[in-house]
Design a binder for this molecule. Structure first.
Ligand SMILES: [Fe+2]
Ligand SMILES: [Fe+2]
Length: 358
């Protein structure tokens, strides 16, 4: 990784220059297993929410977010081994949106692994998405790491199949952030049974990286920052030494440690969600470890969207969040404390004050 023509620092600099021209969120994932000589990288792009207006018109800002992410990912040196798209490619699950998003993702020079988001699913229950990307959950091995992609945005059958008179209404009800008519996400028994069997053949010391759309942990139910059967899925991952779950959906920096599992959220290319605790009525379950991002600058359309580098050191993730026009963040597993920490800002004394805009 580091003997290439351009170091990561150089890349960050050039990417910063690119970002100054127009900005874009990409997650760059770096897996470094020094003792096993299996270093490699992959990139992570998420939550583009491509939204159709009419005819050939789409919401410009969300288009720009994804176009920029793809362009930057294609410029990465050294080249990532693959790219993961973390879900919510579309805004309302329409064929036009999925096709338009897929067209943009097709410009990537790498293999792409896709995660199902609720915005991709609840119009036609993943039918068109499947035509583009195949199965909704799957696993693969790459250079000594076992990767699992879960479909974590399923919910109760009654809600999905009986409650709503039209598919369009079902989609709209699930698309709202704080809609009380929504329903909690879940992986579900069928997929958990599949996961159990899938992991049966994996050795205890093989690093596991799981991609999901919703967090496989319970953060804030009111906004569906939540997976109803999170504990059951965590239990299936418990016997492994090194497990990381990377998720989209929350559009913000979050990290957590539950037992052997490190959790990391990635930012969106479309927009940042606020933190639940920024609303007085929302009792936040934001993980105690997480030092939140600064409040997004409303005068800068790409602020609080961003891209990330992720290193796996000894099988654990070190994630570098690159926030445009803002202070970068690095969240890494600290073997001394046994959990992920912000390498600069974890200590309250080190934190920078939020920006003032007025
Ligand atoms: Fe999203
Ligand atoms: Fe989502």
């Amino acid at each position: 990784m580091y003997n290439s023509r351009i170091s990561r620092r150089d890349f960050l600099k050039s990417a910063g220059a690119l970002a100054a021209a127009s900005c874009l969120p990409v997650s760059m994932v770096e897996l470094a297993f020094a003792e096993r000589h299996k270093n490699f990288t992959f990139a992570y792009i998420s939550d583009s929410h491509i939204q159709h207006i009419t005819g050939t018109k789409f919401v410009r800002n969300w288009d720009r977010g994804l176009i920029r992410a793809v362009a930057e990912t294609n410029l990465l040196v050294p080249k990532p081994d693959f790219v993961v798209f973390g879900g919510d490619l579309a805004q309302l699950g329409k064929k036009e949106e999925l096709d338009h998003g897929a067209e943009m993702l097709a410009k990537l020079s790498y293999k792409v692994y896709c995660v199902m988001g609720e915005h991709d699913y609840y119009l036609d229950l993943g039918e068109h998405w499947s035509r583009l990307y195949g199965p909704h959950y799957y696993s693969w091995d790459h250079k000594g790491v076992h990767f699992v992609t879960l479909d974590s945005i399923l919910t109760y059958d009654k809600w999905t199949y009986e409650r709503w008179p039209t598919a369009e209404q079902r989609m709209l009800e699930m698309a709202g952030l704080d809609n009380p008519n929504g329903s909690p996400f879940m992986v579900g028994k069928k997929q958990r049974d599949w996961l159990r069997k899938d992991l049966d053949r994996v050795k205890k010391d093989t690093p596991i990286v799981v991609f999901s759309h919703s967090p496989i942990q319970k953060i804030y139910k009111g906004w569906n920052f939540w997976t109803e059967d999170a504990e059951e899925v965590q239990a299936l991952l418990k016997r492994f030494n090194d497990v990381t779950v990377i998720y989209g959906h929350v559009h913000q920096v979050q990290y957590n440690q539950i037992g052997n599992i490190s959790f990391h959220a990635v930012m969106a290319t479309a927009w940042p969600w606020p933190y639940p605790q920024s609303y007085a009525q929302a009792k936040s379950h934001l993980p105690k470890l997480t030092v939140p991002m600064n409040r997004a600058d409303p005068f800068f359309e790409r602020d609080a969207t961003g891209w990330q580098f992720i290193d796996m050191e000894s099988g654990r993730v070190k994630m570098v969040y690159n926030l445009y026009d803002n202070t970068n963040r690095t969240v890494a597993f600290n073997p001394k404390t046994g959990h992920s920490e912000d390498t600069m800002f974890q200590s309250p004394a080190q934190r920078i004050s939020p920006q003032t805009h007025y």
